[in-house]
Design a protein around this ligand. Structure first.
Ligand code: UGA
Length: 437
């Protein structure tokens, strides 16, 4: 490896986008991951995740000779700049983010890195982690003068490449100015385009990441609570959201009412922030309340479906359209749709699901994933729209009118075209609109 190269350790979601993104700037990137199956796929130009534009970008980087893959960190021994993007899953036992993968990755890098290398943490980590990692490096490898930099990631799944190329800010935290400078240089193109760069200590940059996700989760939870009110007192939640979102102090984004936030980030990061607050005796009461409200939301939705179905789900068949935690991704981690599938099965309903991309295996005789919307709707007493996939917006439910047991749709994403001619022949309930009964 040449000394002007970059090494990305951990090519999950964040790492892979980072690697492909940097390669597209003409930088030479070596990707290291312990999972041989993943590395093998990547070498063949096949991304292990579904993300718009990723496959082309990956293949281009391979063809230009700008990206390489390995399971062995020693192959990236001479890099002056490392990005670590390994997972920090929540510990079931403590609620803390688990740091064992990160610590192992940093130790592995430290053992092979050249003197004065910069190790940039992209993984979301509890506040204080980077300072602790720096202290450890100073203790274990004092002669190498290695520097830890915190550089949190703000990509959204589904639009990750677009987000990489259009950041709204870049946050770089670290004690060493030359180290921060080296990371800053790798993003020089963005800065030339006027993207703000925030340089800080690592405590600040780690807090920015958690506070950003917690604030967005709070915004979603806030509109969901107002949506519950609208369902009871009357009104239309989308108009309420528009009416408040046009106030630039509030802003229009993250005000779409739905089944509650899910995915691999918001649930994990809100929980981690609440845990950090408690550990330090500074309880994060807003975030704790947000978590509680979001967790109970699925129950609220189930009750509403039950009421619409005559209070008895047992023995009925329900079609669930959409499994991913949001559209344009195959990710089902902490997906509200998946939790609702499980809750329905527990209540004795049979579930047939459909998702254009995501797969869900459930070992329950009442569950089956279908290949088409029509197959999922066969014999259904209720059709739930759980993910905002484009094809559900335009689907003409006339096609399944004869197949369903009852023409009833519960739209958790408010995307079904209620003005379409077919909609007059169906009972359609939506989150954020008053009940039809
Ligand atoms: C989120 C953040 O938006 C990213 O900035 C961050 O980098 C990422 O977490 C992370 O920490 O890695 P992501 O989880 O991909 O990104 O998804 P979002 O688009 O933010 O959606 C999160 C959840 O909120 C989804 O369940 C979505 O359905 C829900 N949501 C979002 C709503 O219910 N309403 C909205 O108006 C917006």
């Amino acid at each position: 490896m040449k000394t002007d190269e970059i090494c990305v350790v951990g090519v999950g979601y964040v790492g892979l986008i980072q690697a492909v993104g940097l390669a597209s700037f003409g930088l030479k990137v070596t990707c290291v991951d312990l999972d041989p199956a993943k590395i093998d796929m990547l070498r063949r130009g096949v991304p292990p995740i579904f993300e718009a534009g990723l496959e082309e970008a990956l293949r281009q980087a391979i063809d230009r000779g700008l990206i390489g893959f390995s399971t062995d960190i020693a192959e990236a021994a001479a890099a002056p700049l490392y990005f670590v993007a390994v997972g920090t899953p929540t510990s079931e036992r403590t609620g803390n983010a688990r740091l064992d993968y990160l610590e192992a990755a940093v130790s592995g890098i430290a053992a092979v890195a050249p003197p004065e290398a910069v190790i940039t943490v992209k993984s979301t980590v509890p506040i204080g982690t980077c300072a602790a990692l720096q202290a450890r490096l100073d203790r274990d490898h004092p002669e190498k003068l290695l520097a830890i930099v915190s550089n949190p990631e703000f990509l959204r799944e589904g639009t990750a490449l677009h987000d990489f190329f259009n950041p709204e800010r870049i946050v770089i935290g670290g004690a060493s100015r030359p180290a921060r400078e080296r990371v800053r240089k790798s993003y020089a193109g963005f800065e030339e385009r006027g993207v703000p760069v925030i340089e800080s200590d690592t405590f600040t940059s780690e807090t920015i990441k958690y506070a950003a996700n917690a604030f967005l989760a709070t915004k979603v939870t806030f509109i969901n609570e107002i949506s519950d009110l609208v369902e009871t007192v009357g009104g239309d939640i989308d108009e309420v959201a528009r009416g408040i979102g046009l106030d630039s102090r509030i802003g229009p984004q993250f005000l779409k009412a739905g089944p509650g936030y899910g995915g691999s980030c918001f649930p994990k990061d809100t929980l981690a922030l609440a845990t950090i607050g408690r550990r330090h005796g500074v309880q994060q009461q807003i975030v704790e309340t947000v978590i509680r409200i979001n967790d109970s939301r699925r129950f609220h939705i189930l009750k509403r479906i039950e009421a619409a179905m005559g209070d008895k789900l047992s023995g009925k068949r329900v079609a669930v359209l959409g499994l991913a935690f949001k559209a344009d991704t195959d990710d089902v981690r902490d997906s509200p749709a998946v939790e609702i599938v499980h809750a329905l099965l527990e209540e004795g309903a049979a579930v047939r699901s459909y998702d254009p991309v995501a797969k869900l295996t459930v070992k329950h005789r009442g569950y089956r994933q279908c290949e088409t919307i029509a197959a999922a709707c066969e014999g259904a007493s209720a059709v739930l729209v759980a993910t905002e996939w484009g094809e559900f917006r335009t689907f003409d439910f006339t096609a399944v009118e004869e197949a369903v047991e009852r023409r009833y749709i519960f739209d958790m994403r408010r995307i079904v075209d209620i003005k379409a001619p077919w909609a007059r022949r169906w009972d359609i309930e939506r989150i954020g609109s008053p009940l039809i009964r």
